[in-house]
Every structure is written in C-alpha cells, then in structure tokens.
Write a protein that binds this ligand. Structure first.
Ligand code: CP
Length: 307
C-alpha cells in the first residue's frame, strides 16, 4: 500500500485539508499518472450530479472512477425529479437510501454541501465539484499537482492569479492553499472584480507589473454566466488591459508557466495562439485532473472502509 494513500469522509473545501493531506493527494495523483493500480473486491457506486455545466470536471471524474473500477450511476438533472421540485437535499437523501457510496456534485449555491455533510441520515460521501463562486477543491488539487510536477515545491514561488477574481471558485480555493504552502501571491484584473477577501492573501497589481517576475501565471476565465453586465463587456479591451498576449508572454521568465482552469475564452484571457504554447500547462492540467481525482475518490472510498 502506498504511503500517500489517505482517508477522507468527504472532500468539500481545500480549507478542510491539512498541508500533509494535500501533499499526499498530489503525490498519489502522480503515482496514478505513473501507472499505479488499485483493485477493490467490493462494489463501489459513484454518481456525478452536475447542476451546472461542465466538461473537464464531470468527464475527468468519470474517467477517474472508471479507472478505479467503480460503477457509475447516471444522473441527468433534466430528466430527474428536480424538475418536479425535488430539493438537492432530497436528491442526495435518495442517493444515500439507494446505497450510492459517493456523490460528486456541482451546484450553483455556495456552500450547498453543508446541509448534506451535517445530515445524520445521509451516509453517502460528498465530493464538491464546484459550488457557485465558493470552492473547487479538485481543480485546486490538479493545479497544485501541475505546479508540484514543475517545481517540486511551493515555498517561495511567485504566483499571479489574474482575471475574474470575485466570481472565481478557482481563485478562492487556490489562494488559501497556495499561501498556506508558502507561495507569494499577486492578484491582477479589473478593479471591479477585486474584493477585499483577497487582501489577506496577496498583493493587488497589474499584469504588466508582475509578468516578468512570476513563476506561475494563473489566468481565470471571465465568468459571463455570473455577470449581469455582459452586454457592456469588450473582449478586445479586456485582452489589451488584462490578457496574456504575445508581448507579455515574451516578458515571462524562461522557466515560468501559464495555467488556466479552462474552458478558455480565446483572445480574451489568453491569445488563441498561446493556449498550447511551450510555457502553457493548460492541457497538462486537464490530464492531471484525471489522476488527482483518482486520488480523491480513492481517499473518500478509504474513508468508507473500502476493500
Ligand atoms: N475547469 C473546470 O471546472 O472546467 P469545467 O467547468 O469544464 O468542469
């Protein structure tokens, strides 16, 4: 058995993980990437319930679960009793009553998971696939795995997180854990998307002030679905002021990397031609998402005493 295997009851927020647990999940993800296998004698049923759109998180969890030999229980919001007014609590209560071991859930309500993990009746383990503009722990862990593979540590790394800060669960998950792991953080993007909560974690700058200093340039998607001012948004103006274009790319340190959780708004956060450029790790992030999610599901199954 790997020393990096851990046991978790649920995974809903990066705040609930110790630094040691974070490092174990990253290292276990790397072991899976290098071909580590697990075999369970018992059946484990997992259901992925996505109430908000997703490609990467939803499908990467599915691939991870299939690689672990789990049985997947399909859940389609559109054809479920959610359309008859069933609450999230009642949907998960039902999954629990049916014997589902793990529910991976994405939902627009921040902290939706609290009533689920506090329920004395719901025994299904909850993995948060993103709660509104709250947390996105599996994205954070795949980001950390990607940084760790590149640098082998976090302490002293300069990381800029740039873009739609206030709406980003990726920014909020990453700022807390990256600071706890010793990184120095900078935040860039439009003034109106900067909120005071970021002040405790780093320094507000412009992208031009830090692009030649950072080890990691982490770009955020402009989340039009969470804005009510979409009509006023100019893609070209955003790209000029805050996006990564060729001139800014050319100023980056030789060893610096570009990250983006994707989906990318091409020619907005990053020039179309740079999405797969040598410094970009955007495709690698997606690949790492499978392996770190294997580590997450394994940890939650271990928390349930899986054999
Ligand atoms: N990065 C991310 O969460 O992508 P999806 O919305 O496609 O899952």
């Amino acid at each position: 058995m790997s020393t990096n295997q851990i046991a978790l009851k649920n995974l809903v927020s990066m705040e609930t993980l110790s630094n040691e647990e974070v490092l174990s999940l990253i290292k276990r993800g790397i072991e899976f990437k290098n071909g580590a296998k697990v075999h369970y004698d018992d059946q484990h049923i997992v259901s992925n319930l996505f109430f908000e759109s997703s490609t990467r998180t939803h499908k990467a969890f599915e691939v991870a679960e299939l690689k672990l030999g789990c049985d997947l229980l399909d859940f389609d919001v559109k054809t479920s009793s959610v359309n008859k007014g069933e609450t999230l609590y009642d949907t998960i209560l039902t999954m629990s009553a049916l014997g589902v071991d793990v529910c991976v859930i994405r939902h627009s309500h921040v902290d939706y998971y609290k009533e689920l993990i506090e329920s004395p009746t719901i025994t299904t383990s909850i993995v948060n696939g993103g709660d509104g503009s709250g947390q996105h722990p599996s994205q954070s862990l795949l980001d950390l795995m990607t940084i760790y593979e590149e640098f082998g540590h976090f302490d002293g790394l300069k990381v800029a997180i740039a873009g739609d800060l206030s709406h980003s669960r990726v920014a909020k998950s990453n700022m807390m854990i990256l600071k706890r792991l010793g990184a120095e953080l900078f935040f860039a993007g439009p003034d109106e998307w900067r909120t005071p909560e970021f002040e405790d974690y780093g320094t507000f700058v412009t992208i031009d002030q830090v692009i030649d200093q950072v080890d990691v340039m982490m770009l955020l998607r402009v989340q039009h679905e969470r804005h009510d001012t979409y009509g006023d948004f100019s893609k070209a103006a955003y790209h000029r002021a805050h996006g990564l274009d060729q001139a800014r790319y050319d100023r980056m340190k030789d060893h610096a990397i570009i990250m983006h959780p994707a989906p990318v708004n091409r020619d907005v956060e990053i020039a179309d031609s740079l999405v797969e450029a040598p410094k970009s790790r955007i495709v690698k992030q997606m690949t790492n998402g499978v392996f770190v999610r294997m580590a997450i599901i394994e940890a939650v199954l271990a928390g349930r005493g899986a054999k």
